[in-house]
Design a protein around this ligand. Structure first.
Ligand SMILES: *[C@@H]1O[C@H](CO)[C@@H](O)[C@H](O)[C@H]1NC(C)=O
Ligand SMILES: *[C@@H]1O[C@H](CO)[C@@H](O)[C@H](O)[C@H]1NC(C)=O
Ligand SMILES: *[C@@H]1O[C@H](CO)[C@@H](O)[C@H](O)[C@H]1NC(C)=O
Ligand SMILES: *[C@@H]1O[C@H](CO)[C@@H](O)[C@H](O)[C@H]1NC(C)=O
Ligand SMILES: *[C@@H]1O[C@H](CO)[C@@H](O)[C@H](O)[C@H]1NC(C)=O
Ligand SMILES: *[C@@H]1O[C@H](CO)[C@@H](O)[C@H](O)[C@H]1NC(C)=O
Length: 415
C-alpha cells in the first residue's frame, strides 16, 4: 500500500464514526411537484385513452414476464421477475373543455428481479476489473472509494462514488463511467458530499441518493437535463437505502441507530428497527448501514459496529442474527464491519465483509458462513479485495462488488 491508500483509510475511518458535517439550509422542494406534473400529463388524456394504455401496458408486461421466465433459466440459477401493480394515482384537474374530477390509472411501481441462487453456487475467484478507478496521472479517479451499487433493468450499474461526490453509471461493456449526478463536493441541490448509497424508484424513474455528509436524502429525475435535485428527507445521517415493492423507502439512520421507513415522498416516518439506543441487544443496532428489504417487507440490516447482519421481520420489535455472531473476528462464523447485503429468494444472505476483505454467504439458519469471493488478504490482486462495500447480482448471477479501497469495481462470473 502506498501512502495515498493509507491516507484514504484514515479518512474513511473518520467517515464511519460520524464526522462533523455542515448543516444544509437550502429550502425544501415541494414533494408534491412531481405528483402534480405527473397528474397534469394524465389529465390531458381522456379516460378511454388511459384505459386503452393500461390494457396495452398489462399485455406488454405479461409478455415480458413470460419471456423472462422462459429464457432466464441457466444451470442452477433461476431468475423470477415479479411485477407489482399498485398505487392508484388520482388527481382533480380543470381543463377548458371539461372538468375531470378523478382520473385513475395504474402505474407500474416495482419491477424487482428476485434471484434464486442455489446454496452451493460458485463464482470465479478471480475478479474482472470492470472499472479501474485510478487514472494514468494517479491524481484522479474514475471511481474513488465506491460505496453502494444498484443495478437497473438494463443491467447498468449505478455507483455511489463516495469521494468523487457523485453518482456514476456504468453500462455493460464500457470501460468508463458516465457521471449522472453531482461532482464537486458541495451543499447545493446539484451537488453531493460523500454519497454512500443510491437506488432507482422505477415508477417515476428517479434516483434516490443517500447524501450522507449533507445529512439528506435527495431525489432526482434520472434522465432530466435539469441537474437539480429535491430534498426528500432532511436532517438524517443516512447510511443505506432500500425500496420495497409497494415503494416504501427504507433508510438507515446511523446517528440514531435505527432503520426508518417513509412513503415514497419522504413523509410518514415509521421506525422499523432499533430503539434509538446504541447497543448490541436484540432490539438494538450500532451504526446500521446497508439494508435490504424482501418481498414480505422483512428488513435485513448490516449492523456494522456489532459485526452482524440482523433480520427484522415486518412489525417485529426485535431482530434475529442471520450472519456473523456479533463478535468481531476473521473466522468463518464472524464478520468485521459488514457492509453491502443481498438476500436471495431462499433467504440466503450475501454480505460484503469489509474488514475481512471478502464476500460471505449465509444460508438461512446457518451458524457459519462460507466464502463467496476474496478472503485472500487485503490487497489488489484479482482474487483479493480491500474493504468491499456495495454488492449486486445481475440477472444471470454474476456478482459485482464495489472494492472500495482499491478504487475499482470487480465482477465475478457465475459458474
Ligand atoms: C376551472 O377553470 C375555469 C376557467 O379557467 C375557472 O373559472 C374555474 O373556477 C375552474 N374550476 C376549478 C374547479 O378550478
Ligand atoms: C502511478 O502509480 C503507479 C503505481 O503506484 C506507478 O507505477 C506509476 O508510475 C504512477 N504513474 C504516475 C504517472 O505517477
Ligand atoms: C430544476 O428542478 C428544480 C427542482 O425540481 C426546479 O425547482 C427548477 O425550477 C428546475 N429548473 C429548470 C430550469 O427547469
Ligand atoms: C400516513 O400513515 C397513516 C397511517 O399509517 C395513513 O393513514 C396516512 O394515509 C399516511 N399518510 C400519507 C401521506 O401517506
Ligand atoms: C454487548 O455489550 C455489552 C455491554 O456494552 C458488552 O459487555 C458485551 O460484551 C457486548 N457483547 C458483544 C457480543 O459484543
Ligand atoms: C429455487 O429453485 C429450486 C430449483 O432450481 C427450487 O427447488 C426452489 O423451490 C426454488 N426456491 C424458490 C424460493 O423459488
Amino acid at each position: 500500500m502506498n501512502s495515498l491508500n493509507e491516507n484514504q483509510y484514515e479518512l474513511s475511518a473518520i467517515d464511519t464514526n460520524g464526522e462533523t458535517s455542515e448543516s444544509d439550509d437550502n429550502s425544501i422542494q415541494s414533494p408534491n411537484l412531481i405528483g402534480l406534473q405527473f397528474g397534469s400529463i394524465i389529465a390531458l388524456k381522456k379516460i378511454r385513452y388511459v384505459l386503452l394504455i393500461s390494457v396495452t401496458l398489462c399485455l406488454i408486461i405479461l409478455t415480458i414476464v413470460i419471456f423472462v421466465t422462459l429464457t432466464h433459466r441457466q444451470g442452477n440459477l433461476v431468475t423470477t421477475v415479479t411485477l407489482t401493480t399498485s398505487d392508484t394515482t388520482s388527481q382533480t384537474t380543470n381543463t377548458s373543455s371539461m372538468l375531470i374530477t378523478s382520473v385513475s390509472t395504474t402505474v407500474i411501481t416495482a419491477f424487482m428481479p428476485m434471484l434464486n441462487i442455489s446454496v452451493d453456487a460458485q463464482w470465479e475467484q478471480n475478479g474482472i476489473t470492470i472499472i479501474e478507478g485510478r487514472q494514468k496521472d494517479n491524481a484522479t479517479y474514475r471511481v474513488y472509494q465506491p460505496r453502494g451499487l444498484f443495478i437497473d433493468d438494463d443491467q447498468n450499474i449505478l455507483i455511489a462514488d463516495h469521494r468523487n461526490h457523485r453518482i456514476d453509471e456504468w453500462k455493460q461493456g464500457d470501460k468508463e463511467v458516465v457521471v449522472l449526478f453531482g461532482g464537486g463536493k458541495g451543499t447545493k441541490l446539484g451537488q453531493l458530499h460523500h454519497p454512500v448509497d443510491v437506488l432507482i424508484d422505477r415508477a417515476l424513474n428517479t434516483l434516490i441518493i443517500c447524501d450522507q455528509s449533507n445529512r439528506r436524502v435527495l431525489r432526482w429525475f434520472r434522465r432530466s437535463p435539469n441537474k437539480t435535485a429535491e430534498i426528500l428527507i432532511n436532517n438524517i445521517r443516512c447510511a443505506g437505502l432500500a425500496i420495497d415493492h409497494q415503494r416504501y423507502l427504507y433508510i438507515s439512520d446511523n446517528e440514531h441507530h435505527q432503520v426508518k421507513r417513509y412513503d415514497t415522498d419522504g413523509r410518514n416516518q415509521t421506525v422499523v428497527a432499533g430503539t434509538g439506543r446504541q447497543g448490541n441487544a436484540s432490539d438494538e443496532l450500532n451504526s446500521p448501514a446497508y439494508i435490504f428489504v424482501d418481498r414480505q417487507q422483512n428488513v435485513f440490516v448490516s449492523d456494522t459496529e456489532n459485526n452482524r447482519v440482523i433480520q427484522w421481520n415486518k412489525g417485529a420489535s426485535v431482530g434475529k442474527i442471520v450472519a456473523g455472531n456479533g463478535i468481531v473476528g476473521r473466522i468463518l462464523k464472524k464478520l468485521q464491519q459488514p457492509a453491502g447485503i443481498f438476500v436471495d429468494s431462499s433467504n440466503t444472505v450475501y454480505v460484503a465483509d469489509c474488514r475481512n476483505n471478502r464476500v460471505m454467504r449465509w444460508p438461512q439458519g446457518a451458524t457459519t458462513g462460507s466464502v463467496v469471493v476474496g478472503n485472500n488478504g487485503q490487497g489488489s490482486g484479482s482474487n483479493q479485495l480491500n474493504c468491499p462495500k456495495g454488492l449486486v447480482f445481475d440477472r444471470t448471477g454474476n456478482l459485482y462488488v464495489a472494492d472500495s479501497r482499491n478504487n475499482r469495481i470487480q465482477k465475478y462470473l457465475f459458474k
